[in-house]
Design a protein around this ligand. Structure first.
Ligand code: SAM
Length: 337
């Protein structure tokens, strides 16, 4: 049940109230990730239709040496006239991962960094305690020499603590095209707040899912096994549990669409019938018409021009890009400007 002493729940309650009172109704996808939501997302990553995880894993597997070189290279990657590229001198790094999940893809980079003797620490940050505990146990077992410092919490709230300068380069990773779940203005603001805690020698490494065949995209958000549906419906279960709601999950169905003109996939929960839902912690009831949608999540896809513009608007310039041309996916390494 809702506890007014928890600031997180108060914020959750406020956001649910605002979202269900607005037209059209919406719920923020940032609340998908309770422990069950994080577990369901790990199942989604294994689905045949969900290509982004495989696409990024392929980039890491095939280009790990180049990626790790770019993380640790001392000099500007494009030497000025008369200046030699100083590839052999490596800088120590703190590898900070926002929303690390199960860290499967990152493990490929960590293995390479350890094998090449780079001086680095790994700091995964995830809102799910369960996800973090599982990651820590697995990584300690797989990489006994790894210096790992996991943090459970909301990455929006821990940004300030990243500000300190310990003389090591921060490489902040935001993978899995997670940024696609932010509306453009929010993405620019998020990059701007990351920029504020970064020094000019630090780097930001962001995964972007690119524009591609609309059928491939829509299938990724509407899998045959119904795991994405369960992932969306889990937010109603969370509202029932934490805010005393009485959503009947059988009365809502998941629907996904992709709009090629906007390069954006969107997910909705559709009310199958006219109904009223009460949420005790809000002391409010909400009426739904038959077939009325709740907007749940945007998954923005990108063009090169969009990434270029986003980096500049966030206070960065693109330093290197790592492509998967088969699946149309890019990991982009940015430098503060
Ligand atoms: C889309 S998954 C991506 C996982 C991983 N980065 C990858 O690429 O496979 C999102 C992860 O971020 C975590 N997460 C979501 N919102 C968060 C937040 N506000 N603060 C910290 N972690 C968050 C979730 O628990 C989940 O593990």
């Amino acid at each position: 049940m809702h506890s007014s002493s928890s600031p997180e729940l108060t914020q959750f309650a406020e956001d649910v109230l605002r979202g269900l009172s607005s037209t059209p109704k919406q719920l923020s996808s940032r609340y998908f990730y309770d422990d069950e939501g994080s577990r369901l997302f790990m199942e989604i990553m294994k689905l045949p239709e969900y290509y982004p995880t495989r696409a990024e894993l392929k980039i890491f597997t095939e280009q790990k040496a180049d990626i790790c070189d770019a993380f640790t290279e001392r000099r500007h990657p494009c030497p000025q006239p008369g200046e030699e590229a100083d590839k052999d001198v490596r800088v120590p790094i703190d590898l900070i991962e926002l929303g690390a999940g199960d860290g499967t893809k990152t493990a490929v980079l960590i293995e390479h960094l350890l094998a090449t003797g780079v001086d680095f620490t790994y700091q995964p940050i995830d809102i799910s305690q369960e996800a973090n505990d599982a990651l820590e146990a697995r990584f300690k077992d797989k990489f006994p020499d790894l210096r790992i410092d996991p943090h459970t919490g909301d990455y929006f709230k821990v940004l300030g603590s990243l500000k300190s300068d310990n003389g090591r380069r921060k490489v902040i990773m935001f993978l899995g095209s997670n940024i696609g779940n932010f509306l453009r203005d929010n993405a620019v603001a998020f990059f701007g707040s990351l920029r504020e805690v970064m020094n000019e020698n630090d780097r930001l490494f962001v995964g972007f899912d690119m524009q591609k065949d609309p059928r491939t995209i829509v299938a990724a958000y509407d899998d045959k096994q119904g795991v994405t549906s369960a992932f969306n419906l889990n937010l109603l279960t969370r509202i029932n549990r934490e805010l005393g709601g009485d959503f009947d999950l059988d009365k809502f169905s998941h629907y996904a669409q992709y709009r090629p003109m906007e390069c954006a996939a969107r997910s909705f929960l559709i009310s199958r019938e006219k109904q009223t839902v009460t949420i005790a912690a809000l002391n409010r009831s909400f009426s739904f018409d038959q077939w009325e949608p709740i907007f749940m999540e945007i998954s923005q896809k990108y063009t090169h021009a969009m990434i270029d513009e986003l980096s500049g608007d966030g206070g960065f310039e693109i330093s290197r890009e790592f492509y998967n041309d088969e699946d149309f996916y890019i990991d982009s390494l940015w430098r503060p400007i």
